[in-house]
Design a protein around this ligand. Sequence first.
Ligand SMILES: [Zn+2]
Ligand SMILES: [Zn+2]
Length: 295
Amino acid sequence: MFRPSTALAASTLSSLRPLTAASSRRIPAAARLAAIGQHLVHRPFSASATMSEKTSQGHEVVKPPNTGWKGEIPSKKGGSEAGYLLKPPYVWRSDEFEVKYTAKCWCGKLEFEYHGDPIDAKHCHCTQCQRLHGAPFQWAALFHKTSVRLAESCDPIYLDFFSTQEGHSDHSVPCKISCRNCRSPMADEGRNMVMAYPSSFRFKDGHVPSTFAPTAHIFYGERVMDVDDDVPKWSGHKESSELMPHAPKEEGDRTFGKDKTHKKDKLDLQQQQQNGDGEGGGGEDARAKRPRNGA
Ligand SMILES: [Zn+2]
Ligand SMILES: [Zn+2]
């Protein structure tokens, strides 16, 4: 949330170089509204990747390219930190950063710059992505956080955040980044990485480079439409769930939205049942018993 004073201060930040001032956009107590189910969170950069360091996309955690950032990866442990606006992936500058791609929101108030090619790209069919994007599925490309920054001409006052874990719109990693003016979704900021939405990228000659081609459909079991391509389709995360056919074998297995239960609704129902007040009625029982595609 922007208050007039912070807005003013924030708008002056983009002209600072070198960047030394602390962020004026402070984070209120993290506990606020924290109750909105942590398990609802779709973790693009799996916090649960414990054994070998791997992202939930199945990638080894590789060393980021040298883009001139000398410090720790900002908000690496999640949440937020002082001065976050003056660190990757926001307002910062270095000589080593070479802009390969730019991405603009619909109205043009926000513009991000990207160094190098994405590490991976995927389509996510989970119901959270469907709801947050207003789209049948999400297209995302993975970059190191230190390979991302706001364009110099861009005023960070137009940054809006949303934490699906904590349910508020203050900066708290992992969080979604969108334009405060036109509401275009731009990216997700994860602990180490940024999941950029290539729909906002300005590709040369309008041609999408092959590095942005999805290598996986994930959460395909939650889809609202079949995708008949030869890209592997996983019921959940890539390489840690079942592979699925592009279409159900039996027409009766087809979901096409009719069996869609939003994760939050399901959790609310489970909670009710645990509390013993979930009589539920036939409708909910029937829904709970219905087989889920790929589950
Ligand atoms: Zn915009
Ligand atoms: Zn998703």
